[in-house]
Design a protein around this ligand. Sequence first.
Ligand code: PLP
Length: 428
Amino acid sequence: MRITELSSERREELLSGLREKYEAFRSSGISLDMSRGNPPKEQLSLNSDILNAVTDPDDCISEDGTDCRNYGVPFGLKEARELFSQLIQVPADNIIIGGTSSLNLMYDTISRAVTHGLAGSPRPWGKEKHVKFVCPVPGYDRHYKILEHFGIEMITVPFTGHGPDMDIVEKIVADDASVKGMICVPVYSNYTGDVYSDETVKRLAGMQAKAPDFVVMYDDAYVVHDLYGVPAEIPSFFDECVRAGHPERPVIFASTSKMTFAGGGICCVSFGDENLELAKKVMAMQFITHDKINQLRHVRVLRDLKTVRERMDRFGSMLLPKFEAVEDTFEEFLGSYDIAEWSKPRGGYFICFRLRYGGAKRVVAMCADAGVKLTPAGAGFPYGVDPSDSYIRIAPTFPSVDDLKKAAELLSICSLISALENNTPLEV
Ligand SMILES: Cc1ncc(COP(=O)(O)O)c(C=O)c1O
């Protein structure tokens, strides 16, 4: 039903019923925080085996005999690099294990590029007049915060359902030497849920870049986070880049934050050979070693890709009813109107909700006023500005199914009120 075609009496009638429901929500005392994608308590509890994987001093010895309680092996245990090698499809020798946060490794990568440049840089990025990055949107707000912090201009590119629009990306990257990079989440993209197609991965690897030091910061945060037990299989970006003659292009990150303990897992970054050496030189000043006992705990439990997938399937089946509760509630309350659309992701941590009549800021504020805190509208865009004011990120992983149903109903009510009051669609 197109709401623009409703008679004014019918619209007023609908609005008054919705306002009543909204007031009932407001006085119900609901209090929910759905602003960030946190793993649910049930999943964290299932990870207790990791806490118990190293309990004895005799357990602290790695496969090559390293005593993990001591300094040494700064760039990560071989078995930890081999585990990530299977997850992110990169040779173990090109992987560095970090501390507990992949975001930290992303910040450091940009920071090094700004102060010293990367492989192929004519000069440090900080000495360039302009440095720009391609950013598929809506995307991950913390990526944009890092780029903004270093004064890197962000050029937005829309998604197609299987990654960013590559015609646009190729043109931007080929035409402008100040475009030094792109940052993206290739599997279950945060927040559209896009999985990059084979063609997208190959075009990203093979496209011509005017900047000699162009990199793709490829954040594999959700690489094994399938909801339906069906793995998202995509080609190895690293191999594709090598094959295309761009071995220094891939900078690939991952962590176990959404597999084991958020902010308490292990993480990695991988580079081409030259960038790997540059990174190691700086890292050798930054730390003597990371926590190898934590690496040991993780590899003893996670073991290999097969074991990780089995474990993630269990987590996926815990999360699926939560995603379905939100999707079904939207369908129930909004399915017969033309005011919104929402993603039905096959994995990852988010549902992307788009208001066809705009008004995202107002809808998020109305939800907050009634007790449901959502990710701020605009967060999925550089500088926090969504030009169409239409995207809202739903993070269904942490709350209970009952709470999610209530929150999705409230969001539906607020969206309808906003669209009926505004009554002007963004596009026909
Ligand atoms: C796309 C993406 N990358 C990175 C992170 C943070 O990972 P870490 O805990 O390893 O820093 C998150 C957390 O929400 C994320 O969604």
